[in-house]
Design a protein around this ligand. Sequence first.
Ligand code: AMP
Ligand code: GLY
Length: 419
Amino acid sequence: MKVMVIGGGGREHAIIKKLKENKTITEIYALPGNGGMAEDAICVDIGAKDIEKQVEFAVNNKIDYAVVAPDDPLVLGAVDALNKVGVPCFGPDKKAAIIEGSKVFSKNLMKKYNIPTAEYEVFSDKETALKYLDTAPIPTVIKADGLALGKGVIIAETREDAKAAVTSMMEDKIFGDSGSNIVIEEFLTGPEVSVLSFTDGKTVVPMISSMDHKRALDGDMGLNTGGMGTIAPNPYYTEDIAKVCMETIFLPTINAMNSEGRTFKGCLYFGLMLTEKGPKVIEYNCRFGDPETQVVLPLLESDLLTVMQSVTNGTLDTCEVKFSDKSAACVVMASNGYPQKYESGFELNIDNSVKDSVYVAGARLDDGVLKTAGGRVLGVTAIGEDLKTAINNAYSKVDKVKFGNAFYRKDIGAKALKA
Ligand code: AMP
Ligand code: GLY
C-alpha cells in the first residue's frame, strides 16, 4: 500500500513513524517532508499548499491513501481535490475545515448550538471595534478571523494595547486578509487542555489528553510560539471533566457540524480551558496539533492506519482505539531567537540511541549533512510509567541531540506535575 502524508513538520514526522508500524504500507511519501525525516519517508518537493501538484503526484504514483495534516491545505480543499480523483483521505473537506479556517464561523457555531466558549463580538469595521474597546472588559482577547500561522491571537492587558492590536490587524494587515474580520472576546482563565479526537461525523473518540507549552521561555514567559513542548495525559483533565466535555462540547460540536451540512471527518482538535464555570472551547483546529501529536501518537497502541481508514469509511464505531496508560513528554528544541529572528544552517547530530524518539520539524540535507533549517528544529519525546519519569527521560534524550544555537525550555511538564 502506498501512502502519502502532506506536510513537513514534527507532527507529520510523528504521523509517519506511527503509520510505518503497519506493515501493509510499502511506500510512504512526505510532501514536502524535510531532510530530518528522510530515513522514514520519501520526501517529495511539493509544498503543503500546492494542491494541484499533490493531486498530480497522487495520480501518477497510484497513491492508495493520503493524510492531509496541516491546516492550510485542509482549509484550501486538498481533501476535496484528492477525493475527486479517487484518492481516499484522512482529513475534513473544505466545508468542514472552516471550523478552524474562520474564527467567526466557529464562534457563531458555538453560540448557535450552546457550546460553552468565551463571550465575544465580531467586527468587520475598525472604528466600531475601537469604540467597543472604550468600555470592553480588560484584559481582552483579539483574534484574526482567518489562519495566521497560529499567531492570530493577541491578549491585551490594557485598552491601549487592545486598540493597537485592532489597528495592526485591521489597518496594517499584519496577518493579511485574515484580519479583515476580527473577534474580540472575553479573557478566560484556568488550566488549558488539548483534546484531539477521531471522528467520522457520527462517532467521536477522544484521544489521550495533552498540554501544550506555547510561550517561548520558562515559566510561561516570552512570546507565543507554535509550541515548545507537550505532555500527555494532562492531569487537569479528570474523568469527570472528560464526561462533561463529551456531553457539552464534543458531541454537540459533531452534531452542530452535521446540522450545518458540514460533516467533519478527521481529527478534530478541541483547545479547552477549564474555567471555574466549567470547560470552555478556546479554539477548534481541523487537524492534529503540533507538538501534541508528538506525545499523543506514541501512546496510541492501536494501528493508526486502521483507525484513520475507519474514520474515512465511517466505521469508527466498530474500530478499537486504545491508548497506553503510561505518560509521554516532548521537549521542543528550537533555534535561539525563535519565534523572532534566529540563525540556522548548523550541523544537526542526533545520537543513534535516540533517533526513534526524535521528530524533526526544521532540518535539511546539505550534501548528505543534516543541518538546522527552521525555528522549531525538532521534538524529543519519551515515555515513562508516570509523568515525572517521562519528563526526566525526555530531558536525558535531549542531551543526546546537538546542534549550534540550540535552545529549549527546561520546565516542560512542571505545571502539570503541580496539578
Ligand atoms: P490560539 O492561537 O487560538 O491557540 O490561542 C493562543 C493562546 O491564547 C491559547 O492557547 C490561550 O492560551 C490564549 N487564549 C486564546 N483565547 C483566549 C481567551 N478567550 N482567554 C484567555 N486566553 C486565551
Ligand atoms: N499546538 C497547538 C496547535 O497545533 O495549534
